[in-house]
Design a protein around this ligand. Structure first.
Ligand code: HEC
Length: 159
């Protein structure tokens, strides 16, 4: 069991690294995000909802890494904190970037999974928390693949 858990976590770490590498969405988008940061003075003000969309979205990555760290160090408070952040980001107005039925479905799944992750952390159930974190990580990738498809279909330069 321990070994299985470890394997799952390692897979998760690899996924997280891929996400951190900005390969989730086209690199062009990551470069653009850097430019936005330089150009936009409101960047210094870290009030969460004032952030440009990509920075707002990037908070999911930090929250997810927090959960991973909590899982690796047996720190359920940390798991809960990260999961709560992921959940509240997905409940925010800004999350609803498109009014598409499929996007809403992905959003709903992500909200439900992160909520279950919060509950698993509260119950200090390591196996369930690990499973839910992996589920949440899968939905990061699935939703991004979907979003990327839509964005390529629309004019990419209008963003
Ligand atoms: C329901 C859909 C959905 C889910 C689930 C989702 N995201 Fe996103 N994510 C988006 C959208 C939409 C954007 C904004 C795309 C853009 O503007 O380039 C985004 C952007 C991002 C970015 C910024 C990329 C860049 O260009 O800098 C990161 C990082 C990110 N998400 C991480 C995550 C992580 C980590 C998870 C899972 C814990 C996750 N996302 C789950 C929809 C989603």
């Amino acid at each position: 069991m321990k070994r299985k858990l470890f394997a799952v976590l390692c897979g998760g770490i690899a996924l997280a690294l891929i996400l951190a590498g900005g390969r989730v969405l086209p690199t062009r988008a990551a470069d653009q995000a850097k430019d936005d940061r330089k150009a936009d003075p409101s960047q210094e003000d870290s009030g969460r909802d004032d952030l440009p969309l990509r920075d707002f979205m990037r908070q999911k990555l930090e929250a997810s890494n927090m959960v991973l760290e909590g899982l690796c160090t047996d720190d359920f408070d940390m798991v809960k904190e990260g999961a709560t952040r992921m959940n509240s980001i997905s409940n925010s107005e800004r999350w609803r970037v498109m009014n598409d039925a499929v996007y809403r479905q992905f959003s709903g799944d992500f909200q439900a999974t992160t909520q279950q992750l919060v509950e698993a952390a509260e119950k200090e159930n390591m196996d369930r928390a690990t499973l839910k974190w992996v589920d949440a990580t899968m939905s990061c990738i699935e939703c991004h693949n979907f979003v990327r498809g839509i964005m390529v279909a629309e004019q990419p330069d209008s963003r």
